[in-house]
Write a protein that binds this ligand. Structure first.
Ligand SMILES: Nc1nc2c(c(=O)[nH]1)N[C@H]1C(S)=C(S)[C@@H](COP(=O)(O)OP(=O)(O)OC[C@H]3O[C@@H](n4cnc5c(=O)[nH]c(N)nc54)[C@H](O)[C@@H]3O)O[C@H]1N2
Ligand SMILES: Nc1nc2c(c(=O)[nH]1)N[C@H]1C(S)=C(S)[C@@H](COP(=O)(O)OP(=O)(O)OC[C@H]3O[C@@H](n4cnc5c(=O)[nH]c(N)nc54)[C@H](O)[C@@H]3O)O[C@H]1N2
Ligand code: SF4
Ligand SMILES: [Mo]
Length: 861
């Protein structure tokens, strides 16, 4: 059998060389590392270093939901990975940048070959059908069992729970192969939410703008260089879009753009781009946007001081003033009169907003003048500012600011979401990823769909709100966790743990002892992507990664597909219904059906050239085909990237056709225009949790800034005087990588807090603090800094909780310890709206995360 100890010992990259490498990364705030070295690396062809003549470089998957997508290669010798590198497949240039990995990708080996990999199927010692000491979940001992025993238990539990309580009693979290099995077996309860998007998920498309994932709402990266002013409104690409985006923004900087950052934290991106920083309170952007627009209205003079694009408003939008209202709407409900306070007697002035958002009235007016008075502006936001309770109005207000200033549909001018792995580079994908060709799964016969905020209360209270219908009963007795970290990433962790101790059965497919796995009865060890056949991962619009098998499956790990097939058999179904061919054939199918754009910028052609010999060598079914790159060459390179140059046919100006001729190119709304007055949002919100007005009227956000006061009028602070939010953190991809000691050493995951706030509470940099509210308590070392907005705490997203003995205090700073399980609006995930308090911890100070014991179940013997 595979000997992990030997393998780890033979890994040549030392911890020290890794830290040196990653320190360079963070010091330069994630600008792809030392691009000057490229030429040197270039001279060194694949597998050609003197001491490694018999090894081979392979393209290794980095498959996480990490905000980037990069080329990662590993040097494999005698089945052992001894070195990693990143993109050296072509000479780097600003127009045609390499796709360089970050510190997490670079430490992937520490995950795949970590001492904490799960090795065998395991059972909780006290588990019995029906639950067996359910309160011991998370504390019980683990017993090694065989795959046969494990799969027999899982399948018989599926049958038992289905017979006793019906299919609704089975809840499969995330999206994965197990869904398909359960759908074949009568269905299961599912959950949903706005996860990444916050309020951008639905409110955006309802009013006619893009939601942000496919980035068609932004111009492409070469056009970004035409912007004179780039506003990063809640955006920190250096942390949350690692890979090439920061480099792309830097080209705009070099071309002369000024940067502004509106953010509770002075971010690494703000530093790299030398941005003017407007420190804002989380969840108050809506008020700021209204005040900017009020200032524009107040100061605009079409002749002497044009700040508003009236023509854009007239031709492309409805709802701005009483003369441009959609049919059936009350003219008094127009946006302009709301801004001016005509009917509510509350003009949305800079003074009004300042009290809420914390930015001085003069600075708000300055901001308005810069945005309205600069010709070519990119108004870019992330999803973070909308991952708040009652966030829909912010999405509407931000978009309306773009409409008012006409920064849309023209070179160097754009307003929209610029986030995740395609940040700073808008436009349709230039490569269409192929399909594995598996049959479509059966439709789920169970219609129960639980909002993320209610997943655990549904278990504990036996009911939930089915959107569009009302209250439904729930009786969940079986949780199947696959490919997600639900117990950590949806809502209140403490409530989640209670719920996990309530049901009769919990099973998790995992490769580490994740939080989901810790609270399970059965854990099935899965392979990582490095141990599978290989496949494709799309990156940004210009490139696609082809990754290969790196090593054989470790220990007794099996793929999720293998598990799904075995469960099908045990449930009396034919696995071929779901998987009529093997994983190698699936990889081949994906390659064969991937298409790439042609020079004309319109048509697509097959990417991969396949010969009869390739098909024979692979032992798969298929036909030879012409394509742009021979199959073997593509697999060796591990990436295909469309070369770009200014003036090529691959550029993108978002909404250009609509803005040029709105009548003939309507957007997808009832009016065919961008809807400042949006009846759809209003109507849909009635099916959800709280009513949203058709225009973006400011209301205090549930658990937002206003809730830090006991009395808003007298400005007396309340029980929980701080706001807290969760930046996505470079040490992790959500919960993934949090177990890696190297990364723990690099980035300590502190609580970021303002220096004046800290001083008032006697907290010094590095002190252990306790952060608490009604939902939980958590500890962290404080990072005391002037680069945080006063009154605001930033707790990095994704740490795995680790509790003290009596399970009262989490020591790891797991963000959802502090989250309230509530839904607002259309069912938005409101993670960045939390109120809490913080004080110096009176107990034993924390040791550094890097020194914590790893969660190893069966040490190598
Ligand atoms: N408080 C708070 N909560 C948040 C956020 C926040 O900002 N604050 N952000 C939210 C956002 S934007 C998102 S996208 C979500 C992410 O929420 P999740 O998707 O739940 O988080 P991940 O940590 O990415 O979970 C992926 C899990 O899948 C496992 N895994 C990886 N590969 C495989 C595989 O091949 N098979 C199996 N079986 N498992 C595999 C990993 O080990 C990991 O446990 O979190 C959300 N939650
Ligand atoms: N390193 C790393 N990168 C990631 C991820 C990860 O887990 N780790 N996750 C990826 C995923 S799935 C997603 S969805 C994206 C999310 O990416 P984003 O939505 O961009 O989220 P964040 O990176 O949390 O926040 C971006 C910036 O917004 C600021 N911010 C937070 N709240 C507010 C607010 O209310 N107002 C304003 N103005 N600013 C605010 C934060 O300080 C931060 O600088 O990140 C992706 N990138
Ligand atoms: S940004 Fe993502 S894909 Fe790229 S190296 Fe880092 S973790 Fe891997
Ligand atoms: Mo996300």
């Amino acid at each position: 059998m595979f000997n992990i100890k030997e393998k780890i010992e033979s890994i040549k990259m030392t911890r020290r060389s890794f830290l040196g490498w990653s320190a360079a990364i963070t010091a330069s705030a994630s600008i792809p590392f030392s691009r000057g070295l490229t030429k040197k690396i270039q001279g060194q062809a694949v597998g050609e270093t003197s001491d490694d003549a018999d090894g081979i470089w392979k393209s290794a998957a980095c498959w996480h939901n990490c905000g980037g997508r990069c080329v990662n290669k590993v040097f494999v010798k005698d089945g052992v990975v001894i070195r990693q590198k990143t993109d050296d497949t072509h000479i780097d240039s600003p127009d045609f940048p390499q796709q360089r990995g970050c510190l997490r990708g670079r430490s992937q080996r520490q995950q795949v070959f970590g001492a904490d990999r799960l090795k065998y199927p395991m059972k909780r010692k006290n588990w019995k059908p029906g639950g067996g000491k359910k309160e011991l979940r998370g504390k019980d001992q683990w017993v090694r069992i065989s795959w046969d025993e494990a799969l027999d238990i899982v399948s018989s539990e599926i049958k038992r729970v289905k017979n006793n309580y019906g299919n609704e009693a089975i809840w499969a979290t995330g999206d994965g192969e197990i869904d398909k099995v359960l759908f074949e077996n009568g269905g299961c309860t599912k959950d949903y939410g706005t996860t990444s998007w916050g309020a951008w998920m639905w409110a955006s498309t309802m009013m006619g703008v893009a939601e942000g994932y496919y980035e068609v709402g932004m111009n492409d990266r070469l056009d970004l260089r035409n912007s004179q002013l780039i506003v990063l409104w809640g955006l920190n690409p250096a942390w949350s879009s690692p890979g090439s985006p920061t480099y792309n923004y830097l080209q705009a900087k070099k071309a002369g753009a000024k940067f502004i950052s509106i953010d509770p934290m002075y971010t690494d991106s703000a530093e790299v781009f030398d941005a003017e920083w407007f420190p804002i309170r989380p969840g108050t952007d809506h008020a700021l946007a209204l005040a900017i627009m009020h200032t524009l209205l107040d100061e605009d003079d079409p002749k002497t001081n044009p700040l508003i694009d009236w023509e854009f408003l007239n031709s492309c939008t409805v709802g701005f003033d009483e003369n441009h209202m959609p049919e059936g709407a009350d003219p008094k409900d127009n946006f302009k009169d709301y801004l001016l306070g005509t009917y509510d007697h509350e003009p949305k002035t800079a003074e009004w907003a300042s009290e809420i958002c914390g930015i001085s009235p003069d600075l708000i007016r300055q901001l308005a003048r810069q945005i309205g008075g600069t010709k070519r502006v990119a108004l870019l936001t992330g999803w973070a500012a909308a991952r708040i309770n009652d966030g829909e109005g912010w999405v509407q207000a931000f978009s309306t600011l773009g409409f008012m200033t006409g920064h849309m549909g023209r070179p160097g001018r754009m307003t929209g979401v610029s986030v995740h792995r395609a940040a700073g580079n808008g436009g349709p994908w230039l490569i269409e990823q192929g399909s594995k060709g598996y049959p479509a799964p059966k439709e789920n016969a169970v219609t129960n769909l639980i909002n993320h905020n209610e997943v655990f209360s549904a278990i504990l209270d036996g009911k939930f709100h089915q959107r569009g219908e009302g209250e439904r009963k729930a009786n969940i007795q079986f949780i199947y966790h696959q490919y997600n970290a639900t117990l950590q990433t949806r809502t209140s962790i403490n409530q989640g743990i209670k719920a996990h101790r309530e049901v009769e059965f919990v099973v998790t497919n995992a490769y580490n002892l994740t939080t989901n796995a810790q609270y399970s009865d059965i854990v099935l060890p899965v392979t990582s992507m490095w141990e599978r056949e290989g496949g494709l991962l799309d990156g940004n619009r210009e490139m696609i990664i082809v990754h290969s098998n790196i090593v054989d499956p470790l220990y007794e790990a099996k793929s999720d597909i293998w598990i799904a097939k075995e469960l099908m058999k045990r449930l009396g179904k034919d696995p071929n219904l779901l998987y009529p061919f093997n994983e190698k054939q699936a990889f081949f199918n994906e390659l064969a059906t991937t298409n790439v754009i042609m020079e004309n910028g319109v048509d697509f052609e097959p990417l991969v050239e396949i010969t009869a010999a390739d098909i024979k060598v692979w032992g798969v079914k298929g036909k030879p085909q012409k394509g742009r790159v021979p199959m073997a060459e593509l697999i060796e390179r591990g990436v295909y990237q469309v070369a770009r140059r200014p003036g090529d046919n691959f550029g993108h100006i978002a909404y250009e056709d609509f803005v040029n001729d709105p009548e003939n190119n309507p957007v997808d709304t009832p009016s065919g225009k961008f809807e400042i007055y949006c009846e759809t949002i209003h109507e849909k919100s009635k099916e959800g949790w709280s009513e949203i007005p058709p225009i973006p009227k400011y209301t205090p956000k549930t658990l937002g800034y206003e809730n830090t006061f006991g009395n808003w009028k007298s400005k007396e602070k309340g029980k929980y005087p701080f706001q807290l939010y969760n930046p996505h953190y470079l040490r992790r991809s959500h919960t993934v990588f949090d177990n890696i000691p190297w990364l723990r050493e690099m980035m300590p995951s502190p609580l970021f807090m303002n220096a004046t706030d800290a001083k008032e509470r006697g907290i010094k940099d590095g002190d252990t603090v306790i952060i608490y509210n009604d939902h939980g308590k958590t500890l962290r070392p404080a990072r005391v800094t002037q680069t945080m907005t006063p009154g605001v705490l930033a707790l990095p997203h994704g740490a795995w909780p680790r509790f003290d003995k009596d399970e009262k205090i989490d020591k790891a700073g797991a963000d959802n310890i502090l989250q309230a399980p509530i839904s607002t609006g259309l069912g938005t995930s409101g993670w960045n709206t939390v109120v809490c308090d913080v004080k110096k911890y009176a107990g034993k100070p924390l040791t550094e995360d890097k020194d914590w014991e790893q969660l190893i179940v069966f040490p190598e013997g």
